[in-house]
Design a protein around this ligand. Structure first.
Ligand code: PMV
Ligand code: MG
Length: 332
């Protein structure tokens, strides 16, 4: 058996962040082709290496490697085999999604789970659908206490721009305790993942604040402010934006993204830190919509720009504010 290489990309929220923590809400999440790589090969014994750490481990529980180890355990449970009966491998993960020790904020703990599952399924010759990858990764993360919506996982598993409608994670958490993994995976969790192909031409731009923010902490800080009004208004605008992307309706895309951005600004002052305000304000007077992405408090913001000159000017303004262009893509 030879060495197998698999990859996963990053993700960024276009709309619906925070609201997506509530079942039934929808978010639009864009894949970002900046990758993490896993190499997996047969070995005499299990060995795990990640460039996040300066040491390797076997399957003896290690705090740094706990999520990777948990993912392997879930995968073995999924195969209904004890780990000891699996052919041993060495797994090596690279691509920290950071520069100079500062993370980009386009990945998540979720990325490593999806990546590990991709590597394992390739190694053991199992063809997992994007949907099964999503369910298995979400299962692993919920089991290990992750407090996120799993929207990141939907985007990373499908590796595309998706409209994700959230499921009831507490219900799945209860099933995990009471039922076998096979039973839990066979159930309808009640989420929806749709791949969205935008029908208009524009530039999609990612600005990086270089100020790392931790989503888990941001969720704990902001979550009590999420109320019915925020949820219903965000849902309304996200659905408008989704339809507008499919129909190529520029004005509706701009107004709906502007509205969800205003709603985020009203939700908590922790979201639009100064750098993200600058990132957004840089769109003033241009045929551009810019907003914070994801948890806010740092990391990245996104923009859609509808002319080349506007993109050039936006990029110049961002650079003057010390905001780095992390990624840019043409939609056509
Ligand atoms: O900052 P990010 O890209 O990890 O996004 C967080 C989005 C939240 O809705 C705030 C949390 C979540 O898990 O959905
Ligand atoms: Mg973030």
């Amino acid at each position: 058996m030879k060495k197998i290489k698999v990859q996963t990309g990053g993700k960024l929220y276009l709309a619906g962040e925070y609201a997506i923590l509530e079942p039934g809400q929808t978010a639009l999440i864009k894949n970002i082709p900046i990758h993490m790589t896993a190499q997996i090969a047969p070995a005499d014994s299990f060995s795990l290496t990640s460039d996040m750490f300066d040491y390797s481990v076997d399957l003896t529980p290690d705090p740094g490697y706990s999520l990777i180890q948990e993912t392997i355990q879930v995968f073995a449970d999924f195969l209904a085999k004890p780990i000891a009966e699996l052919a041993p491998f060495s797994l090596s993960i690279t691509g920290k999604m950071e520069r100079g020790g500062l993370k980009f904020g386009i990945g998540s703990s979720g990325s490593v789970t999806v990546l590990t599952l991709k590597a394992l399924s390739a190694f053991y010759d199992l063809d997992l659908s994007a949907d099964m990858l999503f369910k298995l990764a979400s299962y692993t993360l919920i089991k290990s206490g992750d407090n996120g919506s799993m929207g990141d996982i939907a985007c990373i598993a499908y590796n595309d721009l998706v409209a994700f409608t959230a499921f009831d994670r507490q219900k799945v958490r209860d099933w995990i305790i009471s039922d076998s993994i096979q039973t839990v995976l066979a159930k309808d969790w009640g989420y929806k993942i749709e791949v969205i192909k935008p029908a208009l031409s524009c530039d999609f731009l990612v600005g990086w604040t270089k100020q790392p923010s931790i989503s888990k902490d941001m969720i704990n800080l902001v979550k009590s402010a999420i109320d019915k009004h925020f949820l219903s208004q965000t849902q309304k605008q996200v659905l408008i934006c989704k339809d507008a992307l499919l129909a190529g309706d520029k004005e509706l895309i701009k107004s709906s993204l502007e509205s969800v951005s205003d709603l985020l600004q009203g939700l908590s002052s922790a979201i639009y830190i100064d750098k993200l305000k600058e990132l957004k304000d840089a769109s003033q007077g241009l045929d551009v919509i810019a907003k914070s992405s994801g948890s806010g408090g740092g990391d990245c913001g996104i923009a859609l720009s509808f002319s080349e000159s506007a993109s050039r000017e936006l990029i110049k303004r961002w650079q003057n504010s010390g905001i780095e262009i992390l990624y840019q893509e043409k939609w056509s």
